[in-house]
Design a binder for this molecule. Structure first.
Ligand SMILES: Nc1ncnc2c1ncn2[C@@H]1O[C@H](COP(=O)(O)OP(=O)(O)OP(=O)(O)O)[C@@H](O)[C@H]1O
Ligand SMILES: [Mg+2]
Length: 358
């Protein structure tokens, strides 16, 4: 992996932290785990004394329950609204537990069993017939053989019969490769193998999953960040990091971010901070979206004018994220911007309301 990768996996981004945790980890580890439960928890939630950053903001008990699930023989299913860091959490847990987060299956309407289990190198298959050499292992087979966490993103977007190929790996801990003969035709899961799946409640819900498969997972819901200050601090830290990577040397302005995060929360909840009813957008107004708008606002300010972004930049960036192609959301957003409020950046937002495209 070179230094220009846009987003290296967690085990590379935080290689130093993982090494430090391993070094100080004297607790017992579940079989096949790279870290103890307590060290894995520190990796996700942070630990000042060891210089471990906090990566996921949320209920610590969610992390404890998730780690305990991973140490049992059940899979972990993270469900929740889009942009609540389900994928991030699954990546962090996989990196902590197995030292790798890249055994990942991306679920979609076109996902096939080949992409989950294994396929063949056809040139070798034709030349030599089925053999371990011509077999191309996909994430599930690799995770089982190597005793690692396999991530299954957006599992409910896969056809039901494809999802169900997880049944015997999760219950019998074995994957049959009927094309091979002898002992190689059965791959037995090694200690450390488990599955973390994610599903969001907006696309296709978890109802689109067989009861048999549901029973093999423990479900955990990941909620949006409840507290304003916590969400603001996260958006500020993430946006600052993204801007730095984009070559912007001016950090985002706190007063602009306050307006941004307030607007996202109000449009998400359909209520202003003071308790007045407001329109609720049907589009996704998650923390992840707030981070990406904060990034765009900073880029606009810097590359168009050489200064940090302002509330006027926020207006220009909002439509593309918040309203997308939904005219009703755009109208709601327009109504939202018509409200007058106290504060310089709220005034700037109001004055710039005509910049809302469409
Ligand atoms: N509780 C949180 N802790 C840390 N980061 C968060 C949190 N909530 C949102 N984020 C931000 O959101 C980003 C992660 O979004 P991620 O893609 O993991 O969400 P998701 O729930 O998988 O969304 P989707 O359902 O669209 O796949 C993080 O990089 C971070 O900037
Ligand atoms: Mg995701």
């Amino acid at each position: 992996m070179n230094e220009h990768a846009q987003r290296p996996p967690a085990e590379i981004r935080y290689a130093g932290e993982l090494a430090r945790l391993r070094e100080h980890d004297t607790d017992d580890r579940p079989p096949g785990w790279a870290l103890s439960l307590r060290a894995a928890r520190r990796f996700v939630l942070g630990d000042e004394t060891l210089g471990i950053s906090r990566k996921f903001v949320g209920d610590p008990s969610l992390i404890d329950r998730s780690l305990v699930t991973l140490a049992t023989n059940r899979g972990l299913m993270l469900v929740g609204e889009p942009g609540t860091a389900k994928s991030l959490l699954s990546e962090l847990l996989a990196a902590a537990v197995s030292g790798t987060s890249t055994l990942t299956i991306q679920g979609g309407a076109a996902t096939t069993e080949d992409q989950i289990k294994y396929s063949w190198n056809y040139a070798l298959l034709v030349a030599e017939g089925p053999s371990t050499r011509s077999l191309v292992a996909a994430p599930l087979l690799r995770g089982m053989a190597e005793g690692k966490v396999v991530r299954f993103e957006e599992i409910t977007r896969c056809p039901l019969e494809v999802q169900d190929c997880l049944l015997s790996p999760l219950s019998d801990r074995v994957l049959a490769v009927p094309e091979l003969s002898g002992p190689e035709s059965m791959v037995f899961a090694q200690e450390g193998f488990t599955v973390i799946a994610t599903a969001n409640t907006r696309d296709r819900g978890v109802n689109e999953m067989s009861a048999a498969l549901k029973r093999r997972f423990n479900f955990e819901t990941v909620f949006p960040i409840a507290d304003f200050g916590t969400e603001l601090a996260l958006v500020e830290a993430e946006a600052a990091a993204l801007l730095k990577r984009s070559g912007v040397t001016a950090p985002p302005r706190r007063d602009v971010l306050e307006v941004l995060v307030t607007a996202f929360r109000e449009l998400r909840q359909g209520q202003t901070a003071r308790g007045d009813a407001t329109d609720r957008l049907s589009g996704v107004m998650s923390t992840a979206e707030a981070v990406s708008v904060a990034h765009a606002v900073g880029l606009r300010g810097w590359f168009l004018r050489g200064e940090p972004g302002t509330a006027a930049d926020l207006v220009s960036c909002l439509a593309g994220t918040a309203a997308k192609d939904n005219p009703e959301d755009l109208a709601k957003l327009r109504r939202y911007l018509e409200r007058r409020r106290h504060g310089d950046q709220w005034n700037a937002l109001y004055e710039a309301r005509h910049l809302l495209p469409g």
